[in-house]
Design a protein around this ligand. Structure first.
Ligand SMILES: Nc1ncnc2c1ncn2[C@@H]1O[C@H](COP(=O)(O)OP(=O)(O)OP(=O)(O)O)[C@@H](O)[C@H]1O
Ligand SMILES: O=C(O)[C@@H](O)C(=O)CO
Length: 424
């Protein structure tokens, strides 16, 4: 297998979002969980997205894991690697976008790297270096209340400069509009000034196609699925990859189906409220989970009663005020970790009860669940919503199964039913 594109994603839902985009653009793509074991038989593909759970861990660990993934991808022929970050630039002043970018750039030997979280398909656009989420700047969007990385600054030049050793510059929309050569000239100029990272504006997909073309001159880029679109279309336009038709086969799985929500995003809260109209929903008590009491057992006893009758949803999610209050009492990381581990334990119990169709909301939550279940890789199936495909498990000890890993902010109001409909 010689890869045309290697990708390292900093969380699992982000990885499936990117794998979905690459597949839809015509690249045969597999998503692996961590750096794959040599024993794992992977299909012949154009792109591998290595999913890490490195968004919210200590920066030095994120760097080490990303470098290991990069080495694995390069050893399989990837001359270009995309470091996939969140389209809302989820990070803190301690990292991890900056430190990982710096390390991968040093390893690549590139003088400069292009960076953009723009993903117009989900309303993420970058103008004058400022990230917009729909019609509002990042710092006015629901991301200001994110449980792990509240985003209080929309200016990505500033945000990235605070967490990176590289000097950061901006390639503005006026330059992008002039085309690939203008961007190339700007990057040469930046590199002469010692600028090592360039935030690049993008508002619509055609700009990302130009950006993708230029990014392919280099060995590394940093971005979200919009950058993935640009790179994929660039690879196909240049003839380096011939476009394949999308999607893994859709053999029905059947049996019980369950949904787990650990995301506290506005979108997920609304989706849970919507699901309550059509399926039994169990709301976990986060305080009891952190105190270590028997919420896992309660959830599994509850689900046993309903699983045979139709889909169920188990949610830990609370409103921003309730999240802040819990974090104030127990600490952000301790609270998040305890709830993620409870969700992982619940997923294990659900699988033991025969569930092979599982919908999970939230990146960290998905990471904890997929790790606990030991699923090594996925092939991309049909698209449920922009950025969220059905995923078919590859090489899993429990056999055939499908899942969907939903980024907190993605999906329409009836997301859970939308997912279940595509998971026969
Ligand atoms: N009621 C709660 N109170 C405090 N923290 C919670 C609660 N429920 C879940 N959490 C934690 O909040 C975090 C949510 O992060 P997660 O990545 O799963 O969702 P998200 O950030 O909305 O999704 P994404 O990363 O895909 O955008 C997890 O660490 C989870 O354990
Ligand atoms: O880019 C996005 O917004 C998503 O793929 C994601 O990473 C959310 O966690």
């Amino acid at each position: 297998m010689t890869l045309a594109l290697g990708c390292i994603a900093d969380d699992y839902t982000g990885a499936s979002d990117l794998a979905n985009m690459l597949t839809r653009c015509g690249l045969r793509t597999v998503q692996t969980i961590g750096v794959p074991d040599d024993a794992l038989a992977l299909p012949d593909v154009d792109a591998v997205v290595v999913s890490l759970k490195s968004r919210s861990i200590e920066a030095s660990q994120a760097v080490a894991r990303s470098r290991e993934a990069d080495k694995w991808l390069r050893a399989r022929g990837a001359t270009h690697v995309l470091f996939k970050i969140c389209s809302t630039f989820d990070s803190t002043d301690a990292g991890n976008i900056g430190p990982v970018m710096d390390a991968l750039r040093a390893d690549s030997g590139d003088a400069i790297v292009l960076v953009t979280p723009a993903f117009p398909g989900t309303g993420r656009t970058v103008y004058q270096g400022n990230l917009f989420v729909g019609s509002v700047p990042l710092n006015e969007s629901p991301l200001k209340d994110h449980p792990l990385n509240p985003m209080h600054d929309s200016n990505l030049e500033r945000v990235l400069a605070r967490q990176s050793k590289s000097k950061v510059g901006l390639v503005d929309l006026a330059t992008v509009a002039k085309g690939a050569e203008a961007i190339r000239a700007k990057l040469i100029d930046f590199a002469k000034q010692g600028i090592g990272a360039a935030i690049i504006d993008a508002v619509f997909d055609p700009e990302l196609e130009i950006i993708g073309q230029v990014a392919l001159d280099h060995r590394l880029s940093v971005g979200a699925s919009g950058m993935g679109l640009g790179l994929a279309r660039g690879l196909i336009a240049s003839g380096r990859v011939s476009a394949a038709s999308a999607s893994a086969d859709q053999k029905a799985i059947g049996g019980p189906v369950a949904c787990l929500a650990g995301s506290c995003s506005q979108a997920t809260l609304a989706q849970i409220a919507h699901a309550e109209k059509s399926m039994p929903v169990l709301r976990l008590d986060p305080e009891k989970i952190v105190a270590g009491s028997s919420e896992v057992r309660r959830a599994l006893d509850w689900s046993r009663e309903y699983l045979g009758k139709g889909p169920v949803l188990i949610a830990s999610s609370s409103t921003p005020d309730q999240v802040s209050a819990l974090q104030a009492r127990h600490g952000r990381d301790a609270a998040g970790h305890a709830i993620e581990q409870a969700m992982a334990a619940i997923s294990e119990g659900l699988v033991a009860a025969g569930v092979r169709r599982l919908v999970i909301a939230g990146g960290e939550t998905s990471g904890a669940v997929v790790d606990r279940l030991g699923i090594p890789a996925f092939l991309v199936g049909p698209e449920i919503a922009v950025g969220v495909p059905v995923l078919r498990c590859v090489g899993w000890s429990e056999g055939d199964a499908v899942t969907a890993l939903k980024s907190g902010n993605f999906g329409g109001p009836d997301f859970f039913n939308d997912a279940i409909r595509l998971m026969p």
